[in-house]
Design a protein around this ligand. Structure first.
Ligand code: PMP
Length: 298
């Protein structure tokens, strides 16, 4: 990275098209650069895509709870938020109810976070095709997809898939996200996206990272093995209910208010809707510290 940065003229703007990074991402997935856009975190691309496809009154169907940014962006765009409660028993996204909601409209957009933040569940098998077949434009946020072995993003007319360097790559501070879609959708989203939003340092680091996919794969393997260990241990803790997860976090419900009690023991996790808490899978030592505290307070 340092060698690449030394070669760059820092007084010049970055490449307008971010062609080097888009090509590197495209090559990694067997796609072409015209199918890829990069942004300052996938957040920026979600904002651009919602800006491109959601207008005043556009119905936007999404699971509840989900990543809070979607509803905020939909509201800013003047869209009609249509939240659908997730199924706590299966942990899966509420596909059937989402489909019924989509069928009520002829111009629905579905925002699907799979695995879902914060519940950890994925879209049931065949869900993506069903959403598209029922006429929805689908914005598929796979920020946590690497933990659920999602492969190459599909290129379909009404589908935009979002990925990020923030999770499995462990590079959240860089603020690099990307999306994959048809060339036409990419052209539409580019009309809304800010120019030059990615800086050359982050671009260079992401390019170098892609040359070392083993970094991501090692992170994913470590987190998956720790997730299984943590999940099994949490299932043995009385009085909490653990939701099935395919992400790098575990969400659980407790009748007691555990958040403050955990904080007092030096453990800060995330409070989510409905009396639930979400813990991110960390290092073995962090996970052990969390488990020890949880067993004390639960
Ligand atoms: N999508 C989801 C579901 C997320 O949870 C997050 C971050 N918490 C993002 C997108 C944003 O990722 P980025 O760092 O790429 O902006």
């Amino acid at each position: 990275v340092l060698a690449r940065m030394a070669e760059r003229p820092w007084n010049r703007y970055p490449d307008f098209e971010s062609i080097a990074l888009r090509t590197a991402i495209a090559n990694a997935y067997g796609l072409t650069a015209e199918n890829i856009l990069v942004g300052n975190g996938s957040n920026e691309l979600l904002a651009a895509a919602i800006g491109a496809f959601v207008g005043p009154g556009t119905p936007v169907v999404f699971a509840r709870p989900t990543f809070a940014l979607y509803e905020k962006l939909v509201t800013i765009a003047g869209g009609l938020a249509v939240p659908i409660d997730f199924d706590p028993d299966s942990g899966l996204l509420p596909l059937e109810d989402m489909l019924s909601a989509i069928r009520k409209y002829d111009n629905a957009v579905a925002i699907v976070c799979s695995p879902n933040n914060p519940t950890g569940g994925v879209l049931p098998a065949g869900g993506l095709v069903a959403l598209l077949d029922n006429g929805a434009m689908v914005l598929l946020d796979e920020a946590y997809g690497d933990f659920a072995q999602s492969g190459v993003p599909a290129l379909l007319d009404r589908l935009v898939t979002f990925r990020t360097f923030s999770k499995a790559w462990g590079l959240a501070a860089l603020r690099v996200g990307w999306l994959a879609s048809t060339a036409e959708n990419c052209r539409e989203i580019r009309k809304v996206k800010l120019p030059y939003s990615l800086n050359v340092i982050s671009e260079a680091i992401a390019e170098v990272a892609l040359e070392h996919p083993g970094i991501r794969d090692r992170n994913v393997a470590y987190i998956l093995s720790e997730r299984e260990r943590l999940f099994a241990a949490m299932q043995r803790v009385p009085r909490i209910r653990v939701f099935p997860t395919q992400a790098n976090f575990i969400t659980f419900r407790s009748e007691r208010k555990l958040f403050d009690a955990l904080c007092r023991r030096g453990i800060l996790i995330r409070e989510v809707a409905g009396g639930c808490l979400r813990v991110s899978v960390g290092t073995r030592e962090e996970n052990d510290a969390f488990l020890a505290a949880l067993k004390e307070v639960a």
